[in-house]
Design a protein around this ligand. Sequence first.
Ligand SMILES: [Zn+2]
Length: 333
Amino acid sequence: MPLPKAELHLHIEGTLEPELAFALAARNGITLPYEDTEALRKAYLFDDLQSFLDLYYGLMAVLLTEEDFEELADAYLARAAEQGVRHAEIFFDPQAHMVRGVGIGTVIEGLGRALDRSEERHGISTRLIMCFLRDQSAESALETLEAAKPYLDRIIGIGLDSAEVGHPPAKFREVYEAAAALGLRRVAHAGEEGPPAYITEALDVLGVERIDHGLRCMEDAQLVERLVSERVPLTLCPLSNVRLRAVDVLEEHPLARMMDAGLLCTVNSDDPAYFGGYVDDTFHAVREALGLDRERLRELARNSFEASFLDGSARDEELRARYLAEVAEYSFD
Ligand SMILES: [Zn+2]
């Protein structure tokens, strides 16, 4: 039985496995530019960011109806359950679908159908976080938030993702202020390929409660001190960092040093269909590569629940307490 954990950095579009991509393509009458699932799986072995992004956005063409989004989320949740996930805060990118003519309501209602059944079916509580593509304009982010207004009861918060360099957090000040006024929680990708200053800016200008990735904070001792004293959670994705070349090899990943520094680290899978593993696979990989002992793994699991947004109600607090008790009692043997 895998260690119980929460997953806090997971893009639902990044869970599209070749088999499901082909099944949805067939149902929707779309021809994929790959012979079969094996050929597509080979394409998943990209070696740079651009070929990843081309494939990632190209394959989204198969996602058209509520049923498609429902099946995508349900397939992820089934896998996540096998990986010990008890709670998942799931990112989605509405702009990547709206630009293809798929309405935001189709995306949210489709995902929502799978999420509504998740506790019963997979034993996983869930939340949905709407991300803005930072390489799109600030106006487009504002329009997306406007379009999401009828569905806000399904969304716990907002995030910021995609190509980081050249798109500093401050570009999105206005939409983050508007989201805060609507009572939405706020997170942002920062300090993955972008500089440590983007982390500071995400905290100070966007008011985020968690930093997604954030590994480059290690280049700035003062920033590390601040993140430690303010207990800002970092949602790290070590396998993604290797595949997208933020670090050369997993053995050089700063996770263990970050934990030693007192940072509140969590381990997540990012885009697991593309980056070589789901979240428990990632736990195993970092345990091997970085020599993390059992108490370090338990700390990561505990952090994942502490950093979650399971704090909005008595029911949330009860769930979190139950999950933390499971982590405390977990036997590695
Ligand atoms: Zn990400």
